[in-house]
Ligand binder design. Structure first.
Ligand SMILES: Cc1cc2nc3c(=O)[nH]c(=O)nc-3n(C[C@H](O)[C@H](O)[C@H](O)COP(=O)(O)OP(=O)(O)OC[C@H]3O[C@@H](n4cnc5c(N)ncnc54)[C@H](O)[C@@H]3O)c2cc1C
Length: 545
């Protein structure tokens, strides 16, 4: 039965999706009853005209045998054509004997998808995670938000699911193809809504992620994989350039293959890797501030007709101001909250998230710039991390040393004005805010670029962007300032064969899906090389201490 891809179906957002098959049939010159089966391949929003918002669909249609529609395919080249789904590459298992089961370090999206793939292929991975299961992580974070102590092993960044578990859950990514589709399908399998696989800007919401992360674990365990929580990688045992084992906070684990998915905030682990001789390099990273405006103001600006809001939900945006240094919005959370994205005590760094219902009155977004290695203030490979820590500490101290976040009106920030002492500004940030001059909590080049870029963004929005806007920060961890070297073909550390640095912390991904795909690709590499082996108890038996 031939499959036809029908593209560029432009439909008013107020039109019910149930009418889509009728539109597809019309485009093919058929009756709706003539379609054997149809499914949405992509759905995006064309928001160029705010008074006439349109969904743009690409649909796959199976035609009945002998259908005449195939004869008309040349009528609209590019819009109606035969379609063959690009296959997902499932490599044949290799022959190298695997004496110990593979270990995955870190259970963020990179580690999770690496672990999941290895489990599906029969490799029974051991996943070690410094933090606790997501069920215990939630109360730790809630307690911190209410004024409790900072837990260095269980926070917004560390613990089951990694930064991904309390992220905003936008599953957008610049890549596409079978690996991305495979990852998105796994998110659906583990509890995400089915439309994730075809929406242009799929969004899970922070409230859904813990359940999804737990479902991934249950599947991995059901396939013979195992998790050790509260287990931190503290050292590598390398012999003749090959991985032999891992020193962990729970003892020694023999391992010849390990996926290293530690995220971009494990500063202690980067230090350990450097000492162990693993190649690290400085890398440009993103930093800036977080802007908050009333969500209602964003909706009004983006939607030209009131009926769009109930149909489309609170509006999001992306904005860029080109200049000597580009300034851009980052991780915009409609109807969300600004949070303390910190993994070290005595530091403050912001980020944002939102629930699937986007139900707070606040819009928030990073306003970011890219800092290049020569601006880190020194040649040391960890100079970028030190720079992050320096400004996070300054912010922490200036704001009173209690994880309250520095805040300022956008107008005061642009004028470089110190806000009146004790000024109270509305914010979604739970632990309280302290008004101060945010120019002091950023490297001067970054603050200057943001001062230039914000007015450009505001002009694009005819004054709707900065009206009622407050800024919080610093947002120091938009991406990793370090890259862990790896051989592009084997995906292993040249200094330690068998070690596969993956994900955001390795500097090869930015965001949930790209990190997940990066983990998946390294897991495939292990499959390609090694024959599955090992019983679930094997690694446990090797633990000493
Ligand atoms: C608040 C917030 C909102 C975000 N929103 C989005 C979004 O909407 N969409 C999006 O695409 N991205 C978002 N991101 C970014 C996204 O979460 C990350 O890009 C992604 O999680 C990176 O995945 P990772 O697996 O590489 O690392 P992480 O998710 O950081 O996972 C690393 C894991 O390794 C563990 N670990 C670290 N060191 C060790 C060690 N020594 N031993 C054992 N375990 C260790 C950590 O505890 C952690 O669980 C957001 C991030 C934050 C903080």
């Amino acid at each position: 039965m031939p499959t036809i891809r029908v593209a560029n179906l432009r439909v008013c957002v107020t039109e019910p999706e149930a009418r889509l098959p009728g539109r597809v049939a019309k485009k093919l010159g058929l009756k709706e009853a003539d379609l054997a089966r149809w499914q949405i391949l992509r759905k995006s929003l064309d928001a160029r005209s705010r008074h006439d918002l349109r969904f743009v669909y690409t649909v796959l249609v199976d035609l009945p045998e002998g259908s005449r529609a195939a004869e008309r395919l040349n009528d609209k080249p590019g819009e109606v054509e035969f379609y063959v789904r690009p296959p997902f590459d499932d490599p044949e298992p290799g022959h190298a004997p695997l004496e110990h089961r593979p270990v995955v370090i870190g259970s963020g999206p990179a580690g999770l998808l690496a672990g999941y793939y290895l489990a599906v292929r029969g490799y029974r991975p051991l996943i070690i995670e410094r933090g606790q299961p997501v069920k215990q992580r939630v109360p730790a974070i809630r307690a911190f938000e209410k004024g409790g102590d900072h837990d260095p092993e269980n926070n917004y960044l560390f613990g089951e699911g990694g930064a991904g578990a309390f992220s905003d859950g936008k599953l957008t990514c610049r890549m596409s193809g079978p690996d991305v589709d495979w990852v998105l399908e796994r998110f659906v399998e583990c509890g995400g809504k089915p439309s994730l696989v075809y929406e242009q800007r799929p969004h899970l919401g922070s409230n859904r992620l813990p359940l999804i992360v737990r479902n991934f674990r249950r599947r991995i365990e059901a396939l013979g994989g195992e998790y050790w929580f509260g287990c931190r990688l503290d050292g590598l045992d390398i012999a003749e350039g090959r991985l032999r084992g891992l020193h962990t906070s729970r003892g020694y684990v023999a391992a010849a293959q390990a996926v290293l998915g530690i995220g971009h905030s494990a500063r202690d682990t980067y230090g350990m890797l450097l000492d162990a001789g693993i190649g690290l390099r400085q890398k440009a990273f993103q930093l800036g501030l977080r802007i908050e405006q009333p969500q209602e103001q964003i909706n009004r600006h983006k939607y030209g007709r009131p009926e769009y809001l109930p149909l489309l939900g609170p509006a999001d945006y992306t904005l860029t101001a080109h200049g000597q240094r580009d300034v851009y919005s980052f991780c915009m959370c409609a109807g969300g909250v600004t949070i303390p994205s910190v993994s070290e005590p005595g530091c403050i760094a912001t980020n944002g998230m939102s629930n699937s219902r986007h139900d707070t009155p606040f819009a928030n977004s990073g306003i970011m710039v890219t800092l290049e290695p020569h601006e880190f203030g020194g040649p040391h490979v960890l100079a970028g991390l030190e720079l992050q820590r320096r400004f996070e500490t300054i912010a922490f101290v200036l704001a009173g040393g209690n994880y309250s976040a520095p805040i300022q009106t956008a107008a005061d920030f642009l004028a470089g004005r110190t806000p009146p002492k004790g000024q109270r500004l509305e914010s979604s940030y739970q632990r309280g805010t302290t008004a101060l001059n945010l120019n002091e909590v950023l490297p001067p080049v970054a603050a200057a670029a943001i001062r230039s870029g914000l007015p450009v963004m505001d002009r694009k929005w005819h004054g709707d962007f900065l009206a009622n806007a407050n800024l919080l920060g610093p947002e120091m961890r938009g991406s990793s300032p370090v890259r862990i070297e790896r051989d592009p073909a084997s995906r292993q550390s040249p200094a330690c064969l068998g070690l596969y640095p993956v994900g955001e912390g390795a500097g090869f991904a930015g965001g949930i899906i790209s990190a997940a795909v990066d983990g998946l690709l390294s897991a495939k590499q292990i499959v390609r090389q090694c024959a599955p082996c090992g019983s679930p108890m094997e690694a446990a038996e090797k633990v000493v201490g």
